[in-house]
Design a protein around this ligand. Structure first.
Ligand SMILES: [Ca+2]
Ligand SMILES: [Ca+2]
Length: 326
């Protein structure tokens, strides 16, 4: 009897509740199950090697990547669900309506950034590509038209965390931003190349909305860095418009940058733990990953890291959420 009971419990533990391959939450957000596993995080690629894929880039740009190395083995010990898409404008609006939360760009009265064809970066103090901060810009208005199925932008890291907290309370599940390690592991989906489509930047045309010939029409001085050809979108595209990676994740490269949970530190990879690294304990800026519709292909690579203060809101930065597996 005892043996039978033991066998029964073993079967329960191993297979009675298999995790579903994909799930949909109360806001209609779809999540794919990312299995536990190991991968090589970061990159040690030399400037000489990078120059073969990015011949038009100044050498300094190819050398200035200290924080991507050393490449190191990372173990992700638990499976998790990751949003198949970036959070959309429509989903963010439903969150605001249901929760009463005020996005930081509105709550602090300083607004966000936006595209204005008449704005000249050379005449602005920061030389920024976009106009702002300005109260006329926010998640509602980045200066170009967006449908409800486009990725929400102009949202801060704090806004993203607030949305995770509300979803967790509402659904009784744990939502959070992915760690950098979880993000890169899921983005690569087993690949070791610049992109999940390979090493060639031109391979992005079928998989990502980045700075292409359409965007270059609006920023002609950067035309040399544009992908040759058209991905069909000069600004954001509806999420899921391109080929997904092997885990079923869309727009990993491009469309909107995605906030991660981690603080940024140039030297973190040299001493980070092998198992489930959580980023530095403290910092001033949070990491964002993957590039955007306005990002040159070089900066949309799987290993590339960028960062901003947690209250930064920008025309290029959105989010993708993680839901912990039960
Ligand atoms: Ca584009
Ligand atoms: Ca993205």
């Amino acid at each position: 009897m005892r043996t039978i009971f033991f066998v029964f419990m073993s079967v329960l533990a191993s297979s009675a509740w298999p995790m579903e391959a994909s799930i949909q939450n109360t806001l209609g957000m779809k999540f794919a199950l990312i299995p536990a596993g190991e991968f090589t995080m970061g990159s040690d690629e030399s400037a000489e090697s990078l120059a073969r894929s990015y011949p038009q880039y100044e050498r300094k740009r190819l050398q200035d990547l200290r924080d991507e190395g050393p490449a190191h083995k990372v173990s992700i010990s638990r499976a998790f669900y990751l949003g198949q898409h970036e959070v959309t404008v429509g989903q963010f609006r439903r969150f605001l309506e249901a929760s009463g939360y005020q996005p930081e760009s509105i709550a602090d009265g300083t607004g966000g950034y936006g595209y204005n064809p008449d704005y000249d970066p050379a005449r602005s103090a920061r030389g920024d590509a976009f106009e702002g901060r300005d109260q006329k810009y926010s998640w509602r208005n980045p200066g170009f038209p967006q449908g409800d199925d486009h990725p929400v932008v102009n949202i801060t890291w704090n806004d993203a965390v607030a949305m995770c907290k509300w979803l967790s309370q509402t659904e009784g599940k744990t939502y959070r931003l992915p760690t950098e390690a979880e993000w890169e592991y899921a983005a690569r989906a087993g690949t070791k190349t610049h992109y999940y489509t390979g090493d060639d930047p031109q391979s992005l045309l079928k998989a990502a909305n980045v700075f292409d010939a359409d965007s270059a029409k609006n920023w002609s001085k950067w035309a040399a860095y544009a992908l040759a050809g058209h991905d069909g979108y000069a600004f954001t595209s509806p999420v899921g418009s391109f080929m997904p990676n092997a885990y079923g994740l869309y727009d990993i490269h491009g469309n909107a940058w995605e906030w991660t949970a981690d603080w940024h530190d140039d030297h973190y990879y040299a001493n980070s733990p092998r198992n489930d690294p959580q980023g530095p304990a403290t910092g001033n800026v949070r990491v964002r990953r993957g590039g955007s519709w306005h990002t040159w292909s070089f900066y949309a690579r799987s290993s590339y890291r960028n960062w901003n203060a947690p209250d930064t809101r920008y025309t290029l930065v959105g989010m993708r959420l993680l839901r912990e597996a039960d």
